[in-house]
Ligand binder design. Structure first.
Ligand code: IPE
Ligand code: IPE
Ligand code: MG
Length: 252
């Protein structure tokens, strides 16, 4: 994996590697369906992809990687699938904790508010976050029981609780009341499986993200696919409401 990453470092400093990449890990169910397997088999197959992408992102020099693992809306799925996901995530977290620690990755869990989350799983999340808190490498944020709207509502509640006068609320101050306020804006969102929607993911942080929608299903997504997404990102002209970077705005 490192060799992939090395190709990316310092090649063209004017077109940097995205600092914060966020993935909507979609398509597990369809992956299984195409093989006449239960949907849970797709979730199980996703584990390999998760590790591959964490390694690829780190090697490529991505500083922040966020993975959408379970949404506040995913509670609407059948209880058997939800239970399976809870058990699977617990197993994956425990199994790969030594690797994450060895790689210097700082792990965080975004969301994790619903009382239906098994106590042991929440404890494992806390333990891994504590274990890796002082790591200086990439920050891995796993969005689990996450909803972008919920985070925004919680930030509003927090401002009100602090007695903040309405006129003092700025975008900057508002962002300070979101969970993990040190998280930089997302530069690139990758949503696999061809679906093209936001599904309530990090709504505040993706305001000016670039998006790519590879057709490949998450369990088949691998480091070269991830690096191709970084390449697509590098070709994008990010304007932030301005004019193309090669012009001064005059018609040519
Ligand atoms: C994403 O894959 C995993 C989770 C939402 C937990 P899906 O389970 O949504 O897969 P599809 O979209 O049904 O193929
Ligand atoms: C979004 O995928 C959530 C995760 C990948 C964890 P979904 O498959 O749940 O989203 P919708 O229902 O297609 O919008
Ligand atoms: Mg889906």
């Amino acid at each position: 994996m490192t060799e992939h990453g090395d190709q990316w470092r310092d090649k063209d400093p004017s077109r940097p590697v995205p600092r914060h990449v966020a993935c909507v890990m979609d398509g597990n169910g369809r992956w299984a369906q195409r093989r006449s397997l239960p949907r849970t088999a797709g979730h199980r197959a996703a584990e390999t992809t998760v590790i591959d992408i964490i390694e690829a992102a780190r090697a490529a020099g991505v500083e922040w990687l966020s993975l959408y693992a379970f949404s506040t809306e995913n509670w609407n799925r059948p209880g058997t699938e939800v239970d399976y996901l809870m058990r699977l995530v617990r197993r994956v977290v425990r199994k790969h904790a030594p690797l994450l620690l060895a790689r210097g990755i700082r792990c965080r869990f975004l969301g994790v508010a619903d009382p239906r989350i098994p106590r042991e799983l929440a404890q494992d999340f806390d333990d891994l976050a504590t274990l890796t808190a002082d790591n200086q490498g990439m920050t891995l944020t796993v969005a689990f029981d996450h909803g972008g709207r919920r985070d925004i509502v919680e930030a509003a509640r927090s401002l009100i609780r602090h007695g903040t006068p309405a006129d003092e609320v700025t975008e900057h101050l508002f962002a300070d009341h979101l969970p993990f306020p040190d998280t930089p804006d997302v530069d690139l969102v990758i949503r696999t499986s061809g679906e093209q929607r936001i599904s309530n993911f990090m709504l505040w942080q993706v305001a000016y993200a670039e998006w790519v929608f590879p057709e490949v299903l998450w369990p088949d997504f691998r480091a070269p696919d991830f690096l191709a997404c970084l390449q697509t990102y590098r070709r994008r002209d990010r304007r932030f409401g301005g004019v193309p970077s090669q012009t001064n705005g005059d018609p040519s």
